[in-house]
Design a protein around this ligand. Structure first.
Ligand code: ARG
Length: 462
């Protein structure tokens, strides 16, 4: 076998890798996404080798120049990725040889692909987490804007998918803001966990060269170098953290999607999607289907799958590097692409969504949604225990049901049938607007609460 076709580790091999393994084993199609991080890591590593006088300055500069040239080539789509060289690290190293010659061979002093790949990957996940956070911010802003326009939009709040109590549509939207704020926190705290630099732990044991890990760590934007070389090459917790945060965020989006699908159904008719967010049927001319929302509901499965796959890969894996872990990149990239796409679609859906305000209001008064308000009234004004008041209110609901009337359609005389010493002002409790505004406890749906919360959030998300 000719030397130039050999793998960089080919010195002890008499045969080339089997073609079939080359196909499966090569990760270049996936990990080429790490090229910027890989080149940055190599440049900083070379600078450190020079600073520590492990290689001379001239050589170091030549290496760095070559690396920058490669980065340029990749960015301009002029770089030819070759499966023969397995992954991004070796593709770049091979190319460096053709550009600067034998000096390229000095770059891999005091490092291994094992620490190299995690350094790249951690840098990439940091960048990806920041991008997700940025997109969550803009999603939250869209929710905020929609809530602002819907403070007075009343809808039925549901439990068990049955009408429960009237709420403001804005309050419902603000609930999702809380969920996405938690998602943001998870991604941000992951960045903190990730913030230890692997570079310099080499294959698993560290190195005998007098390297400066603090230098590389700082230059690459990490807080500090990792503590234990074995743990460092074995650790993929940071990938799991990302996948788990992505899964939880995708789960939130899928809950939202499911609700929107239900509300858009012909049975509910609570909201309308923009035509841009609908698709037609190939057979039924009348149809407008909410495909994009269904897609983001379904895509959560891909995020969960990646997390499950990664956990399964790591389970029972002995410490230090094993090829099993190479699949981590595909899973994380896949989960990232999926989630980012879902967040972007969700943003568009929320921005263009229109509530059917009349329908929301009328449905909020169906299903005796103010029965609890009546019970609360009796506790406050008629000196009853809640359990006694509950029974009386239930009686009124039974009566209204028999008469096929809403609670708000009953007259004072009818209400007095269940308790005769009532004041006329009891009648206000059957009004859904009154109901909403009475829920003024902190975090409740009252208009004044919502207004305050929106103001607070607007300051937070300028
Ligand atoms: N492409 C490899 C991966 O992503 C890089 C590390 C290779 N190390 C090794 N000992 N084969 O896991």
């Amino acid at each position: 076998m000719k030397d130039k076709n050999k793998a960089v580790w080919g010195a002890r091999f008499n045969k080339a890798t089997s073609e079939i393994f080359e196909k499966i084993g090569a990760s270049i199609d996936v990990d080429k996404r790490l090229f910027e991080e890989d080149i940055l890591g190599s440049i900083i590593h070379a600078q450190m080798l020079v600073k520590q006088k492990i290689i001379n300055k001239k050589r170091g500069n030549r290496i760095i120049l070559g690396l920058k040239k490669i980065e340029n080539e990749i960015k301009k789509n002029k770089f030819i990725f070759n499966k023969k060289y397995e992954d991004i690290h070796l593709n770049i190293e091979k190319r460096l040889y053709t550009i600067i010659g034998a000096d390229a061979g000095y770059l891999h002093i005091a490092r291994s692909r094992n620490d190299q790949v995690i350094t790249d990957f951690k840098l990439w996940i940091k960048k990806a987490s920041k991008k997700i956070v940025k997109n969550l911010n803009s999603l939250i802003k869209s929710f905020l804007k929609k809530s602002e326009g819907n403070i007075k939009t009343i809808m039925p709040g549901l439990t068990h998918l049955k009408n429960a109590q009237p709420i403001s549509f804005a309050h419902y939207l603000l609930a999702y803001i809380e969920m996405f704020k938690r998602d943001k926190k998870r991604f941000i705290s992951n960045i903190n966990y990730i913030d230890e630099c692997p570079l310099g732990v080499c294959a698993l044991a560290g190195t005998s060269y007098k390297i400066d890990r603090n230098f590389t760590s700082k230059k690459l934007g990490f807080k500090k170098p990792t503590n234990n070389s074995i743990d460092t090459v074995s650790d993929r917790d940071f990938a799991l953290d990302f996948l788990s945060s992505a899964s939880i965020c995708a789960m939130h989006i899928s809950r939202l999607a499911e609700e929107l699908i239900i509300w858009n159904s012909d049975a509910f008719r609570l909201i309308k999607f923009d035509d841009k967010m609908l698709t037609g049927s190939s057979i039924m001319p009348q149809k407008k289907n909410p495909d994009p929302v269904e897609l983001i509901r379904g895509r959560a499965g891909k995020n969960f799958g990646s997390l499950q796959a990664m956990l399964t890969t790591m389970k029972g894996l002995p410490l230090s590097y094993y090829k099993d872990m190479q699949e981590d990149k595909a899973l994380v990239f896949h989960s990232y692409d999926t989630l980012l796409g879902s967040i972007i679609i969700t943003n568009e859906i929320i921005r263009t969504l229109k509530p059917n305000k009349e329908r929301m209001l009328s449905l909020s008064d169906e299903g005796y949604t103010t029965a609890t308000d009546f019970a609360d009234y009796l506790v406050k004004n008629n000196n009853l225990s809640f359990r006694e008041a509950y029974k009386i209110s239930a009686k009124l609901v039974n009566y209204a049901e028999k008469k096929k009337k809403k609670l708000s359609q009953l007259d004072f005389k009818e209400v007095k049938k269940v308790k005769n010493d009532l004041d006329k002002n009891v009648m206000k409790v059957f009004d859904v607007r009154h109901s909403v505004d009475s829920k003024s406890s902190y975090g409740g749906t009252a208009t004044k609460n919502i207004k305050k919360m929106i103001l607070k959030l607007k300051k937070e998300f300028k």
